[in-house]
Design a protein around this ligand. Structure first.
Ligand SMILES: NC(=O)c1ccc[n+]([C@@H]2O[C@H](COP(=O)([O-])OP(=O)(O)OC[C@H]3O[C@@H](n4cnc5c(N)ncnc54)[C@H](O)[C@@H]3O)[C@@H](O)[C@H]2O)c1
Length: 253
C-alpha cells in the first residue's frame, strides 16, 4: 500500500533500534506518513528529519533521557516502538552467562524500560497511545541454539499482554509484532552462527531458511513496518494485547 502522508500527522513516535533493519524501516514508514519521529539506538539514526538519540536501551538512565527528549522535541509521545534486539547462535551447554544476559537483557529489559517510560508519559498526557514491542516467531517455537532468544521473545509477548490489560483504562494499547525471517543485517550473524554449528556455508543456511517460508521469500523491513504503522492507527483501536505475525505463512501463530 502507498503510504498516506497524513496518516500519522502530528503524532510523536519513538523507535528503539532505529539505526538498522526493521527499526529503520519503521522510522521511514512513520516519516512518510507525517509523524514526528525520534530514533534511539547505540548508533545514530541515518535520517536527516529524525531526532537522533544515541544510548543503550538496556540502561534505565539512557531510556528515560531518550523518552524525555522525544517528549520535549515533539510535544509528547503517542507511539512507542520497542524494537531494539540482538541474537546469538549457541547451544545451551556451550553458552556462557554473559551471552545469556546480553540477549535476554537487550530483548526483554529494554522493552520493560521503554514501555514503562512511555506508559508514564502517556498516562500523564491523558490522550491515549500505542506501545508496540518486538517479539518474534521464535516466541512461539523453540529453536535449537537460540534458547535465550526464544525465551526473551516469549517473555515480550506475555509482558505485552499484561501491560495491555493494565493500560486499557487509560486508552493506551500494547501489542507486539512477531516477524518470521526478515532480510536485515541481523541475518549476517545468524547465518554465520548456524553455518559453524551445521557445517554449511552461510549462503546454504540462508537458502535453507528461505525454503521453509511458504511465501517463497524472506520478508522485508517494509513488510513489518506496514503492519506496525497500521497497529498504531485508530482503525486498530480494539486491538490490544495481541502478538501480530508477519511471516509469509510460516509460523502457526
Ligand atoms: N530480522 C529478523 O528476521 C527478525 C525476526 C524476528 C524478530 N526480529 C526482531 O526485530 C528487531 C529488529 O531486528 P533487525 O533484524 O532489524 O536487527 P538489526 O541488527 O538490523 O537492528 C537492530 C538494531 O538494534 C540496535 N540495538 C541493539 N542493541 C541495542 C541496545 N542495547 N540499545 C540500543 N539499540 C540497540 C542495533 O544497534 C541495531 O541498529 C529485533 O528485536 C529482532 O529480535 C527480527
Amino acid at each position: 500500500m502507498t503510504p498516506d502522508p497524513t496518516r500519522h500527522s502530528g503524532k510523536s513516535v519513538l523507535v528503539t533500534g532505529a539505526a538498522s533493519g526493521i527499526g529503520l524501516g519503521i522510522v521511514d514508514r512513520f516519516l512518510s506518513e507525517g509523524a514526528r519521529v525520534a530514533g534511539f539506538d547505540l548508533h545514530p539514526t541515518p535520517r536527516d528529519t529524525v531526532l537522533s538519540l544515541t544510548g543503550d536501551a538496556t540502561s534505565e538512565a539512557d531510556m528515560e533521557r531518550a523518552l524525555a527528549a522525544a517528549v520535549t522535541a515533539h510535544g509528547g509521545i503517542d507511539i512507542m516502538v520497542n524494537n531494539a534486539g540482538v541474537i546469538a547462535v549457541t547451544p545451551v551447554a556451550e553458552m556462557d552467562f554473559a551471552e545469556w544476559r546480553r540477549v535476554t537483557e537487550t530483548n526483554l529489559h529494554s522493552v520493560f524500560l521503554g514501555s514503562r517510560a512511555a506508559a508514564r508519559a502517556m498516562i500523564e498526557q491523558g490522550r491515549g497511545g500505542s506501545i508496540i514491542n518486538a517479539a518474534s516467531g521464535a516466541a512461539r517455537r523453540g529453536v535449537p541454539n537460540l534458547a535465550h532468544y526464544c525465551a526473551s521473545k516469549a517473555a515480550v509477548v506475555m509482558f505485552t499482554q499484561s501491560l495491555a490489560i493494565e493500560l486499557a483504562p487509560h486508552r493506551i494499547r500494547a501489542n507486539s509484532y512477531a516477524p518470521g525471517h526478515i532480510e536485515t543485517p541481523f541475518w549476517g550473524g545468524i547465518a554465520e552462527g548456524f553455518a559453524k554449528h551445521w557445517n554449511k556455508t552461510p549462503e546454504e543456511v540462508i537458502e535453507g531458511f528461505r525454503a521453509t517460508v511458504p511465501w517463497g521469500r524472506f520478508g522485508t523491513p517494509e513488510d513489518v513496518a506496514a503492519a506496525v504503522s497500521w497497529l498504531a492507527t485508530p482503525e486498530a483501536e480494539y486491538i490490544s494485547g495481541q502478538a501480530i505475525a508477519m511471516n509469509g505463512a510460516e509460523f502457526p501463530y
